[in-house]
Write a protein that binds this ligand. Structure first.
Ligand code: GDP
Length: 623
């Protein structure tokens, strides 16, 4: 018995010693983690107390104590914003700055995926490539997409119902490849015009019997402008009339030098009908993807791109999302364009429900408040409060900038400041002869600082895709003796793309030279600052009025010139001489807010009138 007691005592002592040792080890480890960081530490918009402590190298207990001192009662997993942590970091003499891994509204607005995807190299892991299939009509894009899909998606997904959601993923030798299944470069360029780069590699489909056609050339230019590698699928190789050597020659003439001829472009003979060559094509896609070393960070909040969107009668607005980085999960709160939502369901192209999508993957999601636009960026945030704030900021930005292209004045500015090295031109002409003549004249333009790059030249009227291509590449469209339909003009206006038509080469060249040298004269341009609706009349005395308004768009600005509209008809002018928000005198009042306006005008205002604020801005004259 006594021995038992003795043994028990010893074991207890041993255990105690072990605990002390473990604690010491833990402390040692903690001390190793918590070594105060030197230099500037980058922090995201928001992070947990634990993450923050590790990042700046100060023990969590100290951070929690500092937070309490500042009136913030948190635990290790509480998420705290950058601004608060900045104060705490200062207290501990660590310098911090905000990383841009979460978007500023400007980035979101401009669709600046590149900036949004920035990440520490150490966080990145390989992701599947995303492929777009382009080429001339009837050369077999849809057939190839169907063939790949049937062969590969169906294998592991027996029983699944095929859904055309705009993207599907296949498994090739244990590796995933994502295909955008809206063939053609139009939607791809429309997305690019919105600033998003969706695909990593283009498969250019060329029929082996017909060879290179006008749309093949257009597709080549689009892929080249997007800066993505091209793999040629020489389709319909099963046909008697197939002539592979001729096709290779034509590709070569158009700047795609086949590998077999010592160039860099793989040309793979395939048949969508028999399936011949499809496996080779996929092998080459994977090889090309290896060269690109595509990576993303699955452990962060998602940034993705809308591929397709529509209204589903049963679940409401749905959108197919390509996840560029991060992992998208059910219940994630997000912002798409200027629309908010929370992921409710996710299904893939085989109709299977998913709980999460990792980078390079795509799925159709529901839980969106409104139908977004393809090319819109989706970003997941911590909570809806931040999303609402972003929406307000985006609305204000939207009001200030029209389209995705750059107007001539901005292009000139960028050329002058060295931010742009080339003036990019999409050139359209009425005949082959005039196209060549214009091209040659443009080639002769000499400027020591900036060059001219014709990104696409073809015969025919200016089309939507020409405008979108110029928008996507921040260039202009120049026509020579061509038709520019009112519809195309409207798109150009919406996208802020300069489209000009000439009938004299001399004038065309002179205008290009003016852009290159920045010699276009400045002019005064009217910029609308905002509009508001009169809700109440408080006071009227001769020319002076005090009215209550709600800002409908943009903002109201003190001392701004204004115009007054009644039933959409202009009825007079005026000046805002006093501006009030609740009982505070202010200089500006933002969208959706109420304000009191002291107004000087000849016209007595009435309830329902629209007051439009505008300013005059000096801008470089457009062509
Ligand atoms: P898209 O307009 O580029 O999407 O072309 P489609 O996939 O719709 O194909 C156009 C036509 O070519 C259809 O009639 C197809 O059946 C046919 N086609 C597609 N691929 C092949 C092929 O490999 N061999 C043959 N002989 N015909 C094909």
């Amino acid at each position: 018995m006594i021995e038992d007691e003795e043994q028990k005592r010893l074991r207890k002592k041993e255990r105690e010693e072990e605990t002390i040792e473990r604690k010491l080890l833990q402390k040692k480890r903690q001390d190793q983690i918590f070594v105060k960081k030197e230099g500037t530490v980058e922090l995201p918009d928001q992070l947990s107390v634990k993450e923050f402590a590790e990042k700046i190298g100060i023990p969590t207990s100290q951070i929690l104590a500092s937070l309490v001192k500042n009136g913030v009662f948190a635990n290790l997993n509480s998420t705290i914003d950058f601004e608060t942590f900045q104060l705490i970091a200062m207290e501990h003499e660590v310098e911090v700055k905000k990383t841009e891994s979460t978007a500023t509204s400007e980035m979101l607005f401009e669709g600046n995926l590149h900036e949004l995807l920035k990440d520490d190299a150490g966080n990145l892991t390989p992701r599947p490539p995303v492929i777009v299939v382009i080429g001339h009509v009837d050369h077999g894009k849809t057939s190839i997409l169907d063939r790949i899909r049937k062969a590969k998606v169906a294998e592991g997904e027996a029983g699944g119902i095929t859904q055309h959601i705009g993207a599907y993923q296949i498994d090739k030798n244990g590796r995933f490849i994502t295909f955008l299944d809206t063939p053609g470069h139009e939607s791809f360029t429309a997305m690019r015009a919105r600033g998003t780069k969706t695909a990593d590699i283009a498969i250019l489909v060329v029929a082996a019997d017909e060879g290179v056609k006008p749309q093949t050339i257009e597709a080549i230019h689009h892929a080249q402008e997007a800066g993505i590698p091209i793999i040629v699928a020489m389709n319909k190789i099963d046909k008697q009339s197939a002539n592979p050597e001729r096709v290779k020659g034509e590709l070569n003439e158009n700047g795609l030098h086949p590998e077999e001829w010592g160039g860099t472009v793989p040309v793979i003979p395939v048949s969508a009908h028999s399936g011949e060559g499809i496996d080779d094509l996929l092998e080459i896609v994977l090889l090309q993807a290896d060269l690109l070393d595509l990576r993303a960070n699955p452990n962060r909040k998602t940034v993705g791109t809308v591929i397709e969107a529509h209204l589903d009668p049963s679940v409401g607005p749905v959108a197919t999302i390509l996840v560029n980085t991060g992992t998208l999960r059910i219940k994630d709160p997000f912002l798409i364009g200027r629309v908010k939502g929370r992921v409710k369901t996710m299904i893939d192209a085989s109709g299977k429900s998913l709980k999460e999508i990792t980078p390079g993957g795509a799925a159709q999601i529901s839980g969106i408040d409104e139908i977004p636009t393809p090319g819109d960026i989706i970003q997941v945030f911590d909570n809806e409060k931040i999303i609402h704030k972003k929406i307000d900021e985006l609305k204000a930005l939207h009001y200030l900038k029209k389209g995705m292209g750059l107007g001539v004045s901005q292009i000139i500015d960028k050329l002058q400041h060295g931010e742009m090295k080339f003036l990019k031109i999409v050139l359209k002409a009425d005949t082959n002869g005039s196209l060549e003549a214009v091209k040659q004249s443009i080639d002769k333009i000499k400027n020591p600082n900036v060059g001219v790059k014709i990104i696409h030249a073809a015969v025919g009227a200016v089309s939507d895709t020409d405008v979108l291509m110029a928008a996507a590449s921040q260039g202009i469209v120049i026509g020579f003796n061509v038709i520019i339909s009112p519809r195309v003009s409207r798109i150009a206006d919406k996208e802020s793309v300069e489209v000009q038509n000439y009938d004299i080469i001399y004038n065309l060249i002179a205008d290009i030279e003016k852009i290159l040298t920045g010699l276009l004269e400045p002019e005064l341009v009217e910029v609308i600052v905002g509009t508001s609706i009169v809700r109440q009349i408080f006071f009227t005395k001769r020319k002076l009025m005090i009215v209550g308004c709600k800002v409908e768009s943009g903002k109201m600005k003190l001392k701004s010139k204004t115009r007054v509209f009644r039933n959409d008809e202009k009825i007079g002018d005026g000046v805002i001489i006093g501006l009030q928000h609740f009982d505070k005198k202010v200089k500006e009042v933002e969208e959706n807010q109420e304000c009191g306006i002291q107004f000087e005008s000849d016209i007595p205002l009435e309830v329902g009138d629209k007051v439009e604020c505008f300013e005059l801005e000096k801008r470089i004259r457009t062509l």
